[in-house]
Design a protein around this ligand. Structure first.
Ligand code: SF4
Length: 325
């Protein structure tokens, strides 16, 4: 069975962007691959090193979300990155062979240095985070890494590092391939990408009332200023959620109603809101169980940590011997 590795930074409670952007895909993957999913807490430190408070706790909250969505520790290995110290050792060894210009030309690095304000990212750790990412992936000898089309170039750096390592020390790691994933567009309430830091997210744990309140005021086609103004669904951020949640008949009804001003935005959104609430209900019931018994999520994480440590120990034995240590 081919191996997949993927991780997520612990950001606390997850939102609809995480659900449709990654988790639904992970649920499918756990059925047909040997999957390693990890809480990327060391990665969180590359940008949030000055405010590490809460990273540990957020990791556990995220774990509860993962389990409640349906990730099954019997089908996949779920672990905390910092619990598998071998990631740090492999990161160090890979950093020995990674030319600095490879890291400096990384487009995400340049973009984030530009865009993330209020944090000093001119650190060694931030420049080298793709090397840590490479270590995360190759530690489990991943064959594939699920990424959206826009992130596909990011994996190239890992592949380059693998090629260079194998060239020096022998064929230790497979070159991981991109597993291209269709990621539906999940806009936030203001039309930008849904993100906790933008304050525009609908969280998986939001109550039905909160979901209704948030989505009722979600941005729509700016051309529909008054009820009688016709709109264009494709210019409406809320309509992207209709496309995810509604039936074809409902989408047809909404599209026609929008273009002819036959339906008001609030009534239109109610059709989608109902589905969002319904979808999250079983998740929230399960999540409440994990909140009542936090030990369950902790136990699942500890078991995953042990399984990941075992595999990592095996890999590192090979790596040390290949490098001559
Ligand atoms: S009617 Fe619906 S699709 Fe059209 S702008 Fe309003 S919310 Fe968006």
């Amino acid at each position: 069975m081919a191996t997949i590795v993927s991780g997520m930074r612990p950001t606390g409670n997850l939102h609809l962007g995480h659900l449709h952007g990654a988790l639904k895909n992970w649920l499918r993957l756990q059925e047909s691959y040997q999957c390693f999913f990890f809480v990327a807490d060391w990665h969180a430190l590359t940008t949030d090193y000055a405010t590490p408070q809460g990273i540990q706790e957020s990791g556990l909250e995220m774990m509860k979300d993962w389990l409640s969505v349906g990730l099954d520790p019997k089908r996949c290995v779920i672990f905390r990155q910092s619990a598998v110290k071998q990631h740090a050792e492999l990161h160090l060894l890979l950093s020995m062979i990674t030319p600095v210009p490879w890291l400096e030309r990384n487009p995400t690095y340049k973009e984030q240095i530009r865009e993330i304000v209020g944090k000093d990212l001119s650190t060694y750790g931030f420049l080298g985070y793709p090397v840590l990412q490479a270590a995360d992936i190759v530690m489990y000898k991943a064959h594939k890494v699920p990424v959206g089309a826009d992130q596909a170039p990011h994996l190239e750096l890992t592949r380059e590092i693998v090629r260079r390592f194998n060239q020096f020390y022998g064929q230790i790691f497979p070159e991981p391939e991109v597993l291209l994933t269709e990621i539906p567009k999940v806009p936030g309430l203001d039309g930008r990408k849904m993100s906790k830091s933008y304050g525009n997210a609908v969280f998986l744990t939001d109550s039905p009332k909160e979901i209704d309140r948030k989505l009722s005021r979600m941005m729509t086609d700016p051309a529909r200023v008054r009820r009688q103004d016709p709109g264009e669904p494709e210019k409406c951020p809320a309509f992207n959620l209709h496309k995810i949640y509604c039936t074809p008949d409902e989408i047809d009804y909404v599209s026609k109603g929008c273009r002819t001003a036959g339906i008001g935005c609030l009534d239109c959104k109610k059709i989608m809101i109902k589905h969002v609430v319904e979808e999250l209900q079983p998740f929230q019931e399960k999540r409440a169980g994990y909140d009542r018994r936090p030990g369950d999520a902790e136990d699942a994480l500890s078991a995953g940590n042990r399984a990941a440590q075992e595999k990592a120990a095996e890999t590192m034995e090979q790596v040390r011997s290949a490098v001559g240590l």
